[in-house]
Design a protein around this ligand. Structure first.
Ligand code: G3I
Length: 360
């Protein structure tokens, strides 16, 4: 937290001990300050409910330069019934971002999850019309106000053998991806259009196959002149044995994306420690090591523009519901702990960003 803000917060007696300790004790500049030193932004996913916590708000304002709605800009929230749009929660997050000079990502328009039942049941032309209406209405509302949009989310099959089987692909064919991007560009020509994907980062053979299939999609879209500006790597990483903790193949993949004249965004960074049986201190060290190895692989790539963690504090991680630990302990995947305190990962991220900006 910047010195002026800290002094003001101290004067107001506003900061709780954890945040104060986490911030003041570190003496380190904010993640976003360090990222900016390397020509990037550091961001975090936020839910509108989290904005009700003054301490988390202060940590966000101290640490990030960009936010993304964890769920509030997904189809099930924005258009729960045909033609019925609910923008209140999304508007609250964007108003917060704009009021505090933060950028904001749009996440996400065309995805196979978190969509209402009425959409899944549409067929052919009706589904295409619904896609057009949703993209035009949502992007029209936020035209010129968002830094980028995840227009298509997770289009590649997990085993990398083709495009993901979904109602989008089944009903509209492979062209649904290009169609979504063309509709998005028409709706907001100023928006940076992104295809966002997970499972691309590690050295496992499945990830290598998924990277190759993803590159084939990107090359085809670029060859056809389909509007596309950036690629989102979700980077949901793993500290347990089965997950990718080495990223030796990642730099070449990033360069292949850069060779297509596309920017690269890390969009949902966290480190799953579900299967680490060690005590907290050892878990934290292993999670920090994965952050360090990943950042070492990606930070040298000049087309890397943003790094967004999928939350800022362990308290809010989706991983506790999606990947609960067998010992019932909460996961510790994010840059700050559940009390908003710094962790081993915080220091490693700071050091990696500092090193990439040439700052000693
Ligand atoms: O809104 C309902 C609420 O009404 C209900 O009471 C509650 C309990 O059942 O569920 C609420 O919906 C939850 C929703 O988050 C909103 O909080 C869903 O159960 C829950 O499954 C959903 O999880 C989200 C998950 O996407 C679902 O796909 C996570 O919060 C969110 O972090 C996660 O984010 C995705 C990215 O969008 C795309 N990349 C992968 C990432 C992790 O899955």
């Amino acid at each position: 937290m910047r010195r002026r803000q800290l002094l003001m917060a101290l004067a107001l007696g506003a900061l709780s001990a954890p945040v104060l300790m986490g911030q003041a004790g570190s003496g380190a500049p904010a993640l976003n300050d360090l990222a900016r030193g390397a020509g990037r932004l550091w961001g975090a996913a936020v839910s509108s409910a989290q904005l009700d916590d003054p301490n988390l708000r202060r940590l966000l304002l101290a640490q990030v330069g960009l936010i993304v709605a964890e769920n509030e800009m997904k189809w099930e929230t924005l258009q729960p019934q045909p033609g019925v749009f609910r923008f209140t929660a999304a508007d609250r997050l964007l108003d917060f971002a704009e009021r505090h000079g933060l950028a904001m990502r749009g996440h996400t328009l065309v995805w196979h999850r978190q969509v209402p039942a009425w959409l899944r049941q549409l067929e052919g032309r009706a589904l295409e019309r619904a896609m057009a209406t949703h993209i035009q209405t949502v992007m029209g509302r936020y035209r010129g106000r968002l830094d980028s949009w995840d227009v298509v989310n997770e289009p590649i099959a997990d085993d990398g053998t083709g495009l993901r089987s979904s109602f989008w692909l089944d009903q509209l064919g492979e062209t649904y991806i290009a169609r979504a991007l063309e509709l998005a560009h028409a709706a907001d020509p100023s928006a940076r259009l992104v295809i966002n994907e997970y499972g691309l980062e590690g050295d496992a053979p499945k990830s290598a196959r998924k990277r190759q299939r993803f590159l084939a999609l990107l090359r085809d879209l670029r060859r056809r002149g389909v509007p596309l500006h950036a690629v989102g790597l979700q980077a949901h990483l793993h500290a347990h044995g089965g997950g990718p903790t080495t990223f030796d193949q990642l730099p070449a993949f990033l360069q292949a994306i850069a060779d297509l004249d596309l920017d690269i965004l890390i969009t949902e960074l966290d480190v799953n420690d579900r299967d680490l049986a060690a005590p907290v201190e050892t878990r934290d060290q292993k999670v920090a090591a994965v952050y360090g190895a990943f950042l070492e692989a990606v930070l040298p790539q000049p087309r890397l523009k943003q790094l967004v963690s999928w939350g800022l504090s362990d308290r809010d991680t989706w991983l506790n519901s999606a990947f609960p630990r067998a010992d019932g302990q909460p996961q510790r995947p994010l840059p700050f702990d559940a009390d908003l305190r710094r962790k081993a990962a915080t220091g490693v991220i700071e050091q990696s960003l500092r090193r990439s900006s040439g700052t000693p």
